[in-house]
Design a protein around this ligand. Structure first.
Ligand code: PAN
Ligand code: ZN
Length: 181
C-alpha cells in the first residue's frame, strides 16, 4: 500500500494552493498577547483582523514525510509592531526549508539559549531554519508576504514556549522600513 504521488498548484504570487488539505487562519484574538502595545491590541480587538493564513498539502504528519505549506501574512501593524506569525519550536528538533515567493518579509529565528538571527525573504530567497531554532515570520511591507515552508511530517509544532516567553526581539516600524528592537 504505497502512497500515491501528489501534485499541487502553488500560486507563488498569491499563496493559493490547489488542492489543499487544510488551512490555518489566525486572527489577532488568537495571538493578542504576542504584541507589545497593549493599547493598540485593545483598539484593534473589535475588528479582530485576520493576520495570516496557511494552506497545507495533503501529506500525512508522519516520520519520513515532507509536509509543505504556503503562508500568507497580511500587511499591517499592531501599533508599531508588524503583523507576524505566532512562531514555534518543532517538538522533534528538525530543520525546515523556507522560500520567499511574494512581498517583503523576514523570518526571526532564536535558539533556546537566546541566540537570534533575522533573515529577509524576498521572492526567490531561501532560508534554511536548522534544528533547534524557533521561527516567526513577519511582513514588513505593504503587500501580502507569501512564503513556502517544507518541514518533516513528525516535526510537530510547540507554540507554548513562545506563548510563554516570546522572542527576544521585535520587528518594529521605523520610517518607511523596519528595525529589529
Ligand atoms: C510554517 C508555519 C506557518 C504559520 O509553515 O506553520 O507559517 O506559522 P505558525 O505555525 O507559527 O502559526 C512552519 O514553520 N511550519 O513548520
Ligand atoms: Zn516550523
Amino acid at each position: 500500500n504505497l502512497q500515491l504521488p501528489l501534485a499541487t498548484m502553488l500560486d507563488l504570487a498569491s499563496g493559493d494552493m490547489d488542492p489543499y488539505a487544510l488551512v490555518v487562519e489566525r486572527r489577532l484574538s488568537h495571538m493578542a498577547e504576542a504584541y507589545h502595545d497593549r493599547a493598540a491590541v485593545t483598539a484593534a480587538a473589535g475588528e479582530d483582523p485576520v493576520i495570516y493564513r496557511a494552506y497545507e498539502a495533503d501529506v500525512p504528519h508522519e516520520a519520513s514525510q515532507l509536509v509543505y505549506r504556503m503562508t500568507i501574512i497580511e500587511p499591517g501593524r499592531i501599533g508599531d509592531e508588524f503583523y507576524m506569525t505566532k512562531g514555534h519550536h518543532h517538538v522533534v528538533d528538525s530543520g525546515e526549508f523556507y522560500l520567499g515567493t511574494a512581498g517583503t518579509g523576514a523570518v526571526v529565528m532564536q535558539t533556546r539559549s537566546g541566540e537570534v538571527r533575522v533573515e529577509e525573504m524576498p521572492p526567490g530567497r531561501a532560508v534554511y531554519v536548522p534544528p533547534g531554532w524557533a521561527h516567526r515570520s513577519v511582513n514588513v511591507g505593504t503587500e501580502p508576504f507569501v512564503f513556502l515552508a517544507v518541514f518533516f511530517g513528525n516535526a510537530g509544532h510547540d507554540y507554548a514556549s513562545i506563548e510563554r516567553d516570546g522572542f527576544a526581539v521585535r520587528v518594529l516600524a521605523d520610517g518607511d522600513g523596519y528595525r529589529v528592537g
